[in-house]
Structure formats: C-alpha cells, structure tokens
Design a protein around this ligand. Structure first.
Ligand code: PMV
Length: 323
C-alpha cells in the first residue's frame, strides 16, 4: 500500500478529570467530530506535512533529522509519532502527510491525540505492521508524553477504541461501556486552555496538601464508579447529579473559572439535570445533560451566558480507514 486515509474521533471527558492523572478512573466518550489524515509514500527522503487546521503548510524535514531541531507546534505530534514509529521499525521511506479536522483544535476535543492515533494507524497500514489496539495505544502514549511531559492517555484510548470507555492510566483498564445516547449540550468558553500547564499547576498545588489531594482524587474515583453504574442504566437525572458532584471536586482543586462556572450555572438554572467542565478546565468546554424538552432552553441560557453552543453525538467509532 502506498497511500492511506484514516480518521479518528474527538472526545469528551464525562467524569474523572485530573484525578485520572493520579491513577483514578475516568469515563470518556468519543464524539462524531473527526480528524482525517492521509499518508502517502514519496520518493524523496523527507517528511512533508500539510496541516491547514493548525496553519502549517508545506512543512518539510529530512528523514535523518526527524525529531531534531525546532518543530512547529502545529505538526509536533505528527513528527514525533513518525519518528517513534520509524525508529522502532528502522524505516527511512519518504512520507507526505495531510490532515483535515472537522473541529477547531482550540475546543479541547483532543485533536492532538486523535492526530497522533491517526499517524500511527496510517503508518501501521502503509508499512504492514500488525499492531493491536493496545500496542498502538502504547506507542501513541509514548509520543504524547514525550511532547507534553504529562497526561493520562484517556484521550488516546478514546480515539483508538471509540464508544464510551472506563479508563485507568496508563491503559491499565480500557473497558467499553454500553450506554445509550445522552442529550448533552456543549458550551465552548472561547478560551483555549493549555492542558499541560494546568496539570502541572495542580501537581504544584497538591504539594501543599498531598494527603488531602489524594483523598479528593479518591472521592473523584468514587463518583466515577457511581457514574459508571448510572450511565449503563441511562438514569439521566443521576448522571446529571453526579456531574454536579464532579464539578464540586474540580472547583475544589481550582481548575474551574469565572466563565466556566457562569455557563455551568446557566445550564443548571435553565433545567439541565447537571453540568460540569470537561477536560483540563480554565477554558475549553463545559458539558450539561438535560431532559430533551429542556434542550432549547439550556442552549439559549448557555449562549446568553457567553458560551458557543455545540451539538455532538457520543459513542462515535474509533480510528478507522476511510475510503
Ligand atoms: O484538556 P483535555 O481535554 O486534554 O483533558 C485533560 C484531562 C486531564 O485529566 C486534566 C489531563 C489528562 O491527561 O488526563
């Protein structure tokens, strides 16, 4: 095979944000917003990348220099993924990679991890390496940790496996949950949060009260385990109440913000069963679950409070070949 196109889904973290970095469980769902990546073997001995969504066009690097020197932010996940794969299998073939995303990288839907997953999957197909999902996961997690230094890998698992999964770091448990559609309303704050910076900040704060933070994260784990039961039963009201409890935890470790809290309260006050921030916090998105008949009211309230409302479908398929 000389050319292949693959796609992987974005994600929403439903429960367990931050605590998942410290070994507690999380629940993540893949969404119907995807990134696509086409990889093609080329005769010249270089890596060419066109990534219009991150404003990097006609990027090129000699294969012998992969992973070295300055790498633009918009292509570093691709280049490091290629570097790790090429090193592992001693490959030197020239490559052209093009990406296209259905969502902005600023939303916090996990575009970097989805792109990393697409890169490794495409290389497995191009070079006929039969890696199973867990082996793909391990290579992607290595790539992301080399770049970000921190991260639980829940987003990588979601992009690979799709659906909704119960996750424990570092892929110790990746268990599919069979859940019905959830009537989620997403509110984007308009602020791009840098996950690595926020995760490091929480680690710093934890140093002051390490035992207390451990207890807080343990409680987060208990909320996630309770949520696992309720999502499988589709008890939307309890799912919402558990989102509120989860938000309480995230407020306590200071990763919410004025705008997130405003959108979350607007959703709750207009009839949502519950609402919380999703992901690292500070900016990015909040999520709310609402009764079907309250959807419009909640959407309007979130919009009025300053959020950009998005509708997504959950349980999307994991990484796959596109025709
Ligand atoms: O900001 P996002 O969507 O990448 O989510 C970060 C979630 C954290 O738990 C804060 C970090 C992690 O890697 O699990």
């Amino acid at each position: 095979m000389d050319k292949v196109t693959v796609s992987a889904p974005g994600k929403l973290l439903l429960y367990g944000d931050h605590a998942v970095v410290y070994g507690q469980p999380a629940i993540v769902t893949a969404i119907d917003q995807r990134v696509r990546l086409t990889a093609k073997k080329i005769p010249s001995s270089e890596l060419l990348i066109d990534a219009p969504d991150t404003n990097v066009l006609k990027y090129n690097k000699k294969i012998d220099e992969l992973g070295k020197n300055e790498i633009p932010k918009g292509v570093n996940f691709i280049e490091i993924a290629v570097t790790n794969f090429y090193k592992k299998y001693h490959i030197k073939t020239g490559l052209h990679i093009q990406t296209k995303s259905q969502f902005k990288s600023t939303f916090g839907f996990g575009s970097s991890s989805a792109i990393t997953v697409c890169t490794i999957k495409a290389l497995c197909l191009l070079f006929n390496k039969k890696l199973n999902n867990k082996e793909i996961f391990d290579l992607c997690l290595k790539t992301v940790l080399e770049i970000q230094g921190v991260g639980s890998g829940f987003d990588i698992a979601s992009a690979i496996y799709g659906g909704t999964i119960y996750y424990i770091y570092p892929g110790k448990i990746i268990k599919p949950l069979h859940i019905q559609d959830l009537n989620l309303i997403i509110g984007y704050t308009g602020i791009k949060a840098d996950t690595a910076t926020i995760v490091k900040r929480v680690a710093e704060q934890k140093k002051t009260f390490p035992k207390l933070y451990d207890d807080v994260f343990l409680l987060s784990g208990k909320i996630v385990n309770a949520a696992k039961k309720e999502v499988e039963k589709s008890d939307f009201e309890k799912i919402g109440k558990l989102m509120n409890l989860s938000q309480g935890i995230l407020e306590s470790i200071e990763v919410s913000s004025k705008i997130l809290t405003k959108l979350i309260l607007a959703a709750r006050e207009s009839g949502a069963f519950g609402a919380k921030l999703s992901g690292a916090g500070v900016g990015d998105c909040m999520i709310a679950i609402a009764p079907k008949e309250k959807t419009k009211l909640v959407e309007m309230a979130v919009k009025k409070a300053g959020g950009q409302v998005m509708k997504v479908k959950i349980n999307a398929e994991g990484v796959k070949i596109e025709i």
